[in-house]
Design a binder for this molecule. Structure first.
Ligand code: SAH
Length: 541
């Protein structure tokens, strides 16, 4: 009768993280072979079985012994911590078998049982540091030449892999981790988050969050796995997180702006993809930066002043510590709320800021949308505001879309348009919202075709709500009030916007919201959907 070899990875070390099949396989076996410490870790599962446990350096003799016992007809469990196929016993067992001319069909049966490797268990304790393309590198040069290990560290560092260093250090091998750090620092920021996890899921478990610069100041040993983040990995509230992709952008309101699911696969969101023919932005160094941008230049200046005066130390949202790398900064600019004329100086500033690599797009709502790869968004904001640009965040925000008030000739309502911009412009909402303000009854800039429209006429405002701006079923907004006094209008609009902000579903456009709730701030919705059925096309068809 032929025996069987069960090559088992038992996970990080506690019983809960051993797989069902691994437990079963231990039960099935007659003999357990493994390093003594490992056998001790799973003592509870072994019962009265015969145990052959030897020292660490005798891995080959353990594999040989296992093969011998299996050939004698026994079912033999060979145990490794983590996964047996990751710097474990699986490869060795096969090597010994192959040496003896073993064949799958005629030789002893072999089953490799997967386990949770240190990269996974340690990552789980740190948060989500792996997440993206990652590799494991063992710093042990007992079985691998150091110059090959060096090459691998270099290549992984260069290619922005998240790296899990196994066997980082032992009593005798202390220089390897120092050399590894040196190589990594050639390619990665000293601030790169690093997690040191010792004895994950064992009694002496210890988790340390540090960075590439300081990692050697902490204890690292035989039972430590060192996880090094990539260029977009960040710390958050005692965790290390690597985002799923590099598509984080930031705009005026946000340091981090993850794209919504429906935006992820859009062409503009992937300027670096192989399929992109026109290279909007260069494909290297897409990562995030440390600077949180405040709502308005004024708020920014005030905060800077407060910091100098020592009134505040750290902004409450600054729990997010990120690295100083380039990221896509998105911002929209226009010459003014009413002013539609760019100066030559403004055009020159734009061309200087955007440069060869950024992009500049003219939008439907009279803004230039800029996409710039930078580590210094506040410098850009500073340059734009000092050239008298009106700046606005990009995304699901409120935009005031005013007319030019006949080049300022019909100027009476300009102050209200400006106040609306100052009070509500850039406000984050469930979906982008355009507020059209036109300075006379001609409404030639199409205020009634916006989500909310205001038309100034005979010294007062007419209010239009809920236009559907696109599609074959597009329609203007409904006139819900005429003659609202100028000193009331800002407040009326603000209340409508607040109600939308609070009650709308995520991604629900204003016209849909108005139709669903039927009444906003006392203004009634009337169903004006035409009786004929219109087929609604799917975008892109
Ligand atoms: N087969 C194992 C790896 C064995 S090599 C696996 O898949 O996890 C030994 C190295 O693994 C150690 O030096 C350490 O870097 C890592 N390691 C194994 N178990 C660990 C644990 N519980 N906590 C942290 N690191 C561990």
């Amino acid at each position: 009768m032929k025996g069987k070899l069960l090559v088992i990875g038992f996970g990080p070390g506690d019983e809960k993280h051993i797989t069902g099949r691994a437990k079963e396989a231990i039960q099935e076996s007659d003999i357990i072979i493994g390093y003594k410490t490992y056998v001790d870790l799973i003592k509870g599962l072994i019962g009265g079985k015969q145990i052959i446990s030897t020292g660490m350096t005798e891995e080959v003799s353990r594999a040989q012994e296992a093969v011998k016992q299996a050939e004698l007809g026994y079912t033999v469990a060979v145990i490794s911590s983590g996964d047996a196929g990751v710097y474990g016993m699986a490869g060795l067992v096969y090597e010994v078998l192959i040496e003896k001319g073993w064949k799958k069909a005629s030789g002893v049966e072999v089953e490799v049982i997967p386990g949770i490797s240190a990269i996974n268990s340690c990552a789980a304790l740190l948060g989500a540091p792996v997440m993206h393309d990652a590799c494991t590198i063992s710093l042990s040069d007992h079985l691998t030449p150091w110059n090959l290990i060096e090459k691998r560290i270099e290549a992984a560092a260069q290619a922005d892999f998240v790296i899990a260093l196994y066997n980082p250090k032992s009593g005798r091998r202390t220089r390897q981790i120092v050399e590894a750090q040196k190589i990594l620092l050639k390619y990665r920021s000293p601030d790169t988050p690093v997690g040191l996890v010792k004895s994950a899921y064992r009694d002496s478990q210890n988790v340390v969050l540090t960075n590439l610069q300081d990692m050697l100041e902490h204890e690292i040993g035989m039972l430590t796995t060192v996880i090094i983040g990539n260029s977009s990995t960040f710390f958050y509230d005692g965790l290390i997180i690597t985002p799923r992709g590099y598509q984080r952008k930031y705009t005026l309101n946000h340091a981090i702006q993850p794209l919504k699911p429906h935006q992820r696969l859009q062409k503009e969101a992937e300027p670096w993809s192989l399929e992109q023919t026109e290279d909007v932005l260069p494909s290297k160094n897409k990562s995030v930066t440390a600077i949180a941008v405040k709502e308005s230049p004024r708020a920014l200046a005030e905060e800077a002043l407060q910091m100098i005066l020592g009134e505040i130390q750290v902004h409450s949202s600054d729990q997010v510590v990120k690295q100083d790398f380039q990221s896509i900064f998105e911002i929209a600019v226009s010459p003014g709320v009413a002013n539609k004329k760019f100066t030559a100086k403004q055009m020159m500033t734009l061309s200087e800021i955007v440069g060869e690599e950024g992009s500049m797009e003219y939008t439907q709502d009279h803004f230039m949308k800029l996409q710039i790869l930078t580590t210094q968004p506040d410098d850009i904001v500073e340059k734009l505001t000092s050239t008298n640009f009106l700046i606005a965040p990009v995304g699901d925000v409120l935009t005031v879309k005013a007319c030019d008030f006949c080049d300022g000739e019909k100027k009476d309502s300009i102050p209200f348009a400006k106040e609306l911009h100052e009070r509500l412009g850039g406000m984050e909402l469930p979906k982008e919202l355009k507020l059209g303000v036109n300075g006379c009854g001609m409404a030639c800039y199409g205020a009634v075709k916006e989500d909310i429209g205001l038309v100034y006429r005979k010294g007062a405002f007419d209010l239009f709500l809920g236009a559907k701006t696109a599609g074959r079923t597009a329609h203007p907004g409904q006139i819900v009030a005429e003659g609202i006094a100028p000193d009331e209008i800002v407040e009326v609009v603000e209340r409508i916007v607040q109600e939308y902000k609070q009650k709308a579903y995520p991604n629900e456009r204003f016209y849909k919201f108005f139709k669903r709730v039927k009444q906003v701030q006392g203004f009634m919705h009337q169903d004006i959907t035409p009786n004929i059925k219109i087929e609604v096309p799917i975008c892109g068809e």
